[in-house]
Design a binder for this molecule. Structure first.
Ligand code: PLP
Length: 460
């Protein structure tokens, strides 16, 4: 494809995306296709190039019906995965530049824009100064968890790099912690028995006394506590662990504290929500997904550590072919040593596009708008005779159940999902089936939330 063809077809592609976003609200949120339907529509690979028209036609014929529309105003499932149009453009520029930013010298801008944004966000999000110079963009919170576990293992034992884990290392999560931590521990060579699941209190936050007791019992039996993961905004209900108290326990035992704020993290941009982040200043690492609720197209996870030297020392390997004078001068950061893969995209471009298009104030109003909608929904639920909140609202996440029991809740949720204008998913709270309403799509307005709520109430 020559640049002039790219220009012409690129306009068509941008038109296609713009048209898709314009008509998104009229599509059923959830894909309605049966398993295998998409593949049954796909042709064998062409022997000869065929241009772009056929592919564009297939987007409408196959891809759109086979897609669950995460940017739909009626998307309340899981957690949001914002892909604002400025971030789409930033992503396109990143692909257009086609650089690979594994080393500073393979593309200085890829490294330095990222360093700049990560340091600026420390101030904008009220994060501790100890994170300045310790920020790096990971693809996902799962990767962030893995590098945190590896850094913690390295800090705990001087011989981990040489001989790996001993088998007596332990990691602490709560029963509500995201499964990515357990997976990170498993990938790091720790068996399931090495992961302690700590009980939670009435609002589903980690029970610190129980954490302390478990750590002490592990220490007494010769095990080595390595990392505690505290969550600000659990996946199930948005519960917030008492990070400051957990940090004290970690400090007493020399344990790495990782704070997972994958979904709720962007809320730290708003001073009025900062109370949720108390104690983060004592964390060894922290992550927040810009690709969840910060208008940035998947994938982009913000990760900071107060100990970048430990992380780099844990992961660094320098093969001959990567040696270069900038690295040897010690004056640059080579982000290849801060992550699992060697190669890395110029991901910061889409974040930069978001930050410059909306400004911090624009992002704050995106967040505040959703919290206000959730608060309105909370008040409608509180005034309803049939439905109730099963846990307190957390930011823009409202978790509710029908008073008649699990079957009534599930039937109402299924009916709304079948109708197609909204998509809801569930959790269980102390064994009770509950609907999670995670408000966070850019296009969601009060009329959408009200329509979803009316549909839920009227479907039995
Ligand atoms: N942590 C929390 C609290 C989450 O809610 C999620 C996903 O919803 C994750 C981690 C995993 O995120 P990612 O897909 O970026 O790995």
């Amino acid at each position: 494809m020559q640049p002039d063809e790219f220009r012409r077809i690129g306009h068509e592609v941008i038109d296609w995306i713009a048209d898709y976003r314009e008509r998104l609200g009229d599509l059923p949120v959830r894909s309605q296709v049966e398993p295998g339907w998409v593949r049954s529509k796909l042709a064998p690979l062409p022997e000869h190039g065929e241009g772009f028209d056929g592919l564009l036609a297939d987007l409408d014929r196959v891809v759109v019906p086979g897609t669950t529309h995460w940017q739909h105003p009626g998307f309340y499932a899981y957690f949001p995965s914002n892909a604002s149009l400025p971030s789409v453009l930033g992503d396109l520029v990143s692909s257009g530049l086609g650089v690979q930013g594994m080393l500073w010298s393979t593309s200085p801008a890829a490294t330095e824009v990222e360093q700049h944004l990560m340091d600026e966000l420390v101030g904008a999000m009220g994060l501790p100064r100890s994170f300045v110079g310790g920020g790096v963009i990971q693809d996902t919170a799962s990767s962030a968890a893995l590098v945190a576990v590896l850094a913690a293992l390295h800090r705990r034992s001087g011989k981990w790099r040489q001989s790996g884990v001993d088998g007596d290392e332990t990691v602490y999560v709560s029963s509500q912690t995201h499964s990515s931590i357990e997976r990170a521990a498993r990938i790091a060579g720790l068996g399931e028995e090495a992961v302690r699941s700590i009980a939670v209190d009435g609002v589903l936050a980690m029970d610190v006394a129980e954490l302390e007791r478990q750590i002490q019992s592990d220490v007494d039996s010769g095990r080595r506590p390595v990392l505690v993961c505290a969550t600000i905004g659990t996946t199930g209900t948005g519960a917030v662990d008492p990070v400051a108290e957990i940090a004290e326990v970690c400090a007493r035992h020399g344990i790495w504290l990782h704070v997972d704020a994958a979904w709720a993290g962007p809320a730290a941009l708003c001073p009025e929500f900062r109370g949720l982040f108390a104690g983060v200043e004592k964390a060894d690492s922290f992550c927040a997904n810009a690709h969840k609720w910060m208008l940035t197209a998947f994938d982009l996870s913000l990760f900071w550590t107060a100990h970048p030297d430990v992380l780099v020392d844990a992961l660094t390997i320098l093969p001959e072919y990567l040696r270069n004078s900038a690295t040897e001068s010690g004056a640059v950061v080579d982000y290849r040593d801060w992550q699992i893969p060697l190669g890395r995209r110029f991901r910061s471009l889409k974040l930069w596009s978001v930050l410059r298009w909306y400004g911090l104030e624009g992002i704050r109003s995106h967040l505040r708008g959703h919290v206000a909608l959730a608060s309105a929904l909370e008040s409608w639920v509180a005034a309803d005779a049939d439905w109730e909140l099963v846990v307190p609202r957390s930011l823009s996440l409202v978790t509710i159940a029908h008073r008649d029991g699990d079957e009534a809740t599930r039937r109402a949720m299924d009916a709304v999902n079948a109708e197609g204008t909204a998509f809801l998913t569930h959790t269980t709270v102390n064994g009770r089936f509950a609907v999670r309403i995670a408000i966070g799509a850019e296009a969601t307005q009060e009329e959408h939330v009200r329509a979803m709520w009316e549909a839920l109430r009227s479907s039995r």
